[in-house]
Design a protein around this ligand. Structure first.
Ligand code: NAP
Length: 321
């Protein structure tokens, strides 16, 4: 259960008021902070439990513009954080436990403080669903990936696997055939959830082999993944696939639990936007994977962060804040 906001339960001197509070510190949050701080809006970023976001769990990032030789995900995020701080952003590594967008100024409660903001940007991202197989965590970023666009090119001429049967899994499998020798799709049912067109493309692709009614049982390797054991759910039979990597594409969970009942979410829990980056509450904006289930890239999240910051600045100007 979420903690209840009780203004009177906090000492007045612990209260802090900002022009903008940004919840989340991935590419969207940091970029928004760079822009709002540079626009001289007093900005607080509350980073959450994974400061830097999903890129802190990756190694090389080759597709973020500006780095011809690529850059390590954690280095990219640390640099973004420093850039925001240089602009004057205050960043605290704390977790938001509750929000109140029903009154103004908006209230945001963390484990240690209560804050107030004239405007809020939600940039809490989304978390890829895990398959829960043995070895998944151990080999994360060592052959287990949650983004083929990000990591696929590192697996040239290898045999690979994709877990899932939706549009993402088909898209990732097809994308990976550009680099891989072969791609094994492991799906728990005998029917794909993906759209017909994506199904057809994947089924017609000679590099893709389907393993129906199957789940990943174990991921093995030494320094990195070299073997995947799958289990057929109907026959209980196990099969060993020699593969250099596995791409998990079984969906994402938007990190929006905190905002249920406060702003409008879609059927899958993503934040609904109108007028570019505005949520259903005037003054509360969103940026990045928390609303975007289509692109999910660091650079698009950063772009949305910039857009939300510009929208916030305009909102604050129009509301004479
Ligand atoms: P999704 O449609 O929810 O599909 C998730 C897939 O993973 C399903 O096949 C599901 O199996 C499987 N799955 C879920 N939990 C699992 C578990 N614990 N173990 C094994 N398998 C599991 O997710 P998505 O593919 O990421 O797509 C999300 C949304 O974005 C969809 O609306 C999709 O259409 C859209 N999208 C569109 C495009 C495009 O148009 N190009 C590309 C990507 C995504 P079951 O089928 O058995 O449930």
């Amino acid at each position: 259960m979420q903690a209840e906001i009780k203004a009177e339960s906090k000492k007045p001197e612990t209260k802090r008021k900002f022009d903008v509070i940004i919840i989340g510190a991935g590419p969207a949050g940091y970029t928004a902070a760079i822009y709002t701080s540079r626009a001289r809006r007093e900005t607080l970023v509350i980073s959450g439990n994974l400061p830097g976001g999903q890129l802190m769990l990756t190694t090389d990032v080759e597709n973020y513009p500006g780095f011809a030789e690529g850059i390590f995900g954690p280095e990219l995020m640390t640099t973004m954080r420093k850039q925001a701080e240089k602009m004057g952003t205050i960043i605290i590594d704390d977790e938001v436990t509750n929000v109140d967008f029903k009154r103004r100024p908006f209230k945001i409660l963390t484990y240690s403080e209560e804050y107030e903001a004239s405007a809020v940007i939600i940039a809490t991202g989304a978390t890829p669903r895990k398959i829960g197989a043995k070895g998944e965590e151990e080999f994360s970023a060592k052959g287990v990936s949650y983004c083929a666009t990000c990591d696929g090119p590192f697996f040239k001429n290898q045999d690979l696997a994709v877990a899932g049967g939706g549009d993402s899994a088909m898209e990732e499998a097809i994308f990976l055939t550009k680099f891989a020798k072969s791609v094994h799709v492991i799906h728990r049912r005998d029917k794909l959830r993906a759209s017909k067109i994506m199904q057809d493309r994947a089924l017609e692709n000679k590099k893709i082999q389907f393993h129906w009614n199957s789940v990943v049982d174990e991921i093995n390797g030494s320094q990195k993944v070299n073997q995947i054991i799958i289990k057929n759910l109907k026959t209980e039979q196990k099969e060993t696939l020699e593969a250099g990597g596995i791409f998990v594409a079984i969906g994402h969970e938007p990190n929006t639990k905190l905002f249920k009942g406060q702003i409008e979410l879609d059927g899958q829990g993503y934040i609904k936007l109108k007028n570019s980056t505005q949520t259903s509450v005037e003054g509360v904006f969103a940026a990045g994977d928390v609303h975007d289930h289509r692109y999910r890239q660091a650079v698009t999240a950063a772009g949305f962060g910039c857009m939300a910051a510009i929208d916030v600045d305009k909102y604050l100007s129009e509301n004479r804040k």
